[in-house]
Design a protein around this ligand. Structure first.
Ligand code: DC
Length: 234
């Protein structure tokens, strides 16, 4: 048991296992789980629905300021809603996936998203909740003072296999090669982006999940938490 509310930031590339770890940790710590990728995906979906030119930063920013993005508990866990509508399945379709890296690269969009995400984390802590947030820039920009910062990574072929399986489970038809190509492209975009590129934060623990099952990754995270407890940092 921890003595104070804790915040955990998880970053890493597509398919590194962020979601599985974040959900498992959030359950264990009775924490608020925030999947920030859903926020960027919802913005992309809103732009596509409004036929906004997704290459126009101002227009995309206007859409962001109009839409409501909420996280609500449901029987299937915490879900993201766009203007009150459950879009959990829609946001994972490839046409949204392609648009999201375009809108997520705009500085104005990122600045606003970071502010919103930081507020979600701060409100949770203020209200006596632990928080587990996953994304690309959580430990570097959103909550750089998080109690625990985790950078997950894995071999690209394993990441592509995991993403392919996730898409299959959601009933989305694609091929392994297409997924692999998409991941290579998204890695490039995430890492080379000028604003908040994906990088390993100072003091982050790096976990390579290539050969791990979730139990093994959790053991590594629990060890890191134990160390923080011994040092009275959490
Ligand atoms: O985690 P994900 O793959 O569902 O994220 C979708 C997209 O959003 C991906 O292209 C990276 C981007 N993203 C981001 O730029 N910053 C975040 N904090 C979360 C996601």
């Amino acid at each position: 048991m921890t003595n104070k509310n804790i915040s955990i930031a998880i970053d890493g590339p597509v398919g590194a296992g962020k979601g599985t770890l974040a959900i498992t940790l959030a359950k264990k710590l009775n924490a608020l789980y925030v999947y920030t990728g859903a926020m960027y995906r919802e913005l992309a979906l809103a732009c596509l629905r409004e036929k906004t030119d997704i290459k126009d930063e101002e227009k995309v920013f206007e859409v962001l300021n109009k839409i409501s993005i909420e996280f609500k508990p449901t029987n299937e866990g915490i879900k993201a809603f766009l203007n009150g509508e459950d879009v959990a399945d829609e946001i994972f379709k490839p046409y949204v996936g392609k648009a999201v890296s375009v809108v997520a690269a705009f500085p104005k969009v990122r600045k606003e998203m970071v502010l919103r995400q930081r507020k979600i984390a701060e409100d949770a802590i203020k209200n006596g909740k632990n928080v587990v947030m996953e994304g690309r820039d959580i430990s570097t920009d959103v909550i750089p003072n998080a109690d625990l910062k985790i950078y997950l990574t894995a071999d690209i072929n394993i990441r592509a296999q995991r993403r392919f399986k996730q898409l299959e489970e959601r009933g989305i038809k694609t091929s392994f090669d297409e997924v692999l190509k998409d991941i290579q492209e998204r890695d490039r975009q995430d890492i080379q982006r000028n604003v908040s590129p994906l990088k390993i934060a100072e003091n982050a623990i790096v976990i390579d999940t290539t050969d791990d099952r979730i139990e093994q990754t959790m053991e590594k995270v629990e060890k890191a938490m134990e160390k923080l407890r011994e040092e009275n940092l959490i």
